[in-house]
Design a protein around this ligand. Sequence first.
Ligand code: PMP
Length: 421
Amino acid sequence: AKVRYASANPESRKVHETALKVLPGGNTRSAIFYDPYPIAFERGQDVRLWDADGHEYCDFVCEMTAGIYGHSNPVIREAVTRRLDLGWSLGGHSSLEAELARIFSDRFPSMERVRFVNSGTEATTFSVQLARAVTNRPAVLGFDGGYHGGFLAFATKPNPMNVPFEMITGIYNDMEGSAALIDRNASRLACVILEPMMGGGRCIPATREFLSMLREKTRQHGILLIFDEVMTSRLSPGGIQTLTGVIPDLTSLGKYIGGGFSAGAFGGPAEIMDRLDPRRSDALGHSGTFNNNVFTLSAGIAGFKRLYTPDAADKLNARGEALRRRLNQAIEDAGVAMQFTGYGSMMSAHMRSGTIRSPGDAAHANPRLRELFYFDMLAQGFYVSPMRAFVNLALPHSDADCEALVTAVKEFISSRRSLLT
Ligand code: PMP
């Protein structure tokens, strides 16, 4: 499959070789690198992408969920173009910050007060640092395989790129083990952070019981509960917190919230967030030149008000549920060891059968098969997330696009049936 890929993509290879001279590995985003070299895109429209070699793809990566509106969406384009004419980086506040913050606060029950940042990484890092500051405790509990941005990834192996604070790692969806870890470390724990469905960790939903247990335990010990909803906030009009009714203390957002531009935000009740109020004598500082950049804010507002309305969110997630059911039905009909996990508009393929409750369960499958899935889907004209087999829907995906994806997955199954055992 890689030989076929290399011979079909000579221009992408040239882009990579030029980049190798000035970027480590020719790359500036580790998560999208793969061997022998990643594809180089030239343009996108709606959910179509064109690469340097002129191939057309139907995009099911959608910038890892940040591209919910599709490429060059006219509503987002109009909002940003208006701002181009008014000037940007004006070096002060505008009415846009409060307008987008109000939308978050109306939609996400935990976000009474909001602060903006530039990425999901900053959103989770500031959330955790705020929790450490207000509780005056040092340690952070997360879950194995949990990815919360470039500074904060939980794994059994230490990651020297992490922020230098004490991290304790539990197992996702493990009720007893996690409860015991919290009890044992309670006096040192500032917060527990998790995605209420693991996104980067391959679309593994948390059970409601697990989330409720964490809510109860953290409250009991004065530990803050942080939901990283950078990816999952799209899964209902009010994120997974609304869906489950388990309300965290702090929430971090990112991805699509800036209409596809660099974005991040974190928020919580006034009681916690107001420690960032600069008028206070005990104020904690939080700055960032581009925190309130007008492109992100105006694109974000246009997106929520005119495109990803609560009704549109419900519809997109219903379509995702239907697509995942169809994919799993095709797998069941073929009788192969494979499954799609996820919720709503986010799903991930696993090349094994059996229940998957944590990334450890997912890891039992052969990673080469996931690689094969990527290259086979690409050869059929579908861009799914490189090496993660992550698929997500954007608003412009049509029923025909979803149908075509199911057909392509069926083709993958029938041509690789002997490996899917
Ligand atoms: N948290 C989660 C759950 C994410 O999926 C990501 C990005 N994949 C981040 C945080 C970091 O966001 P960003 O890449 O914008 O820094």
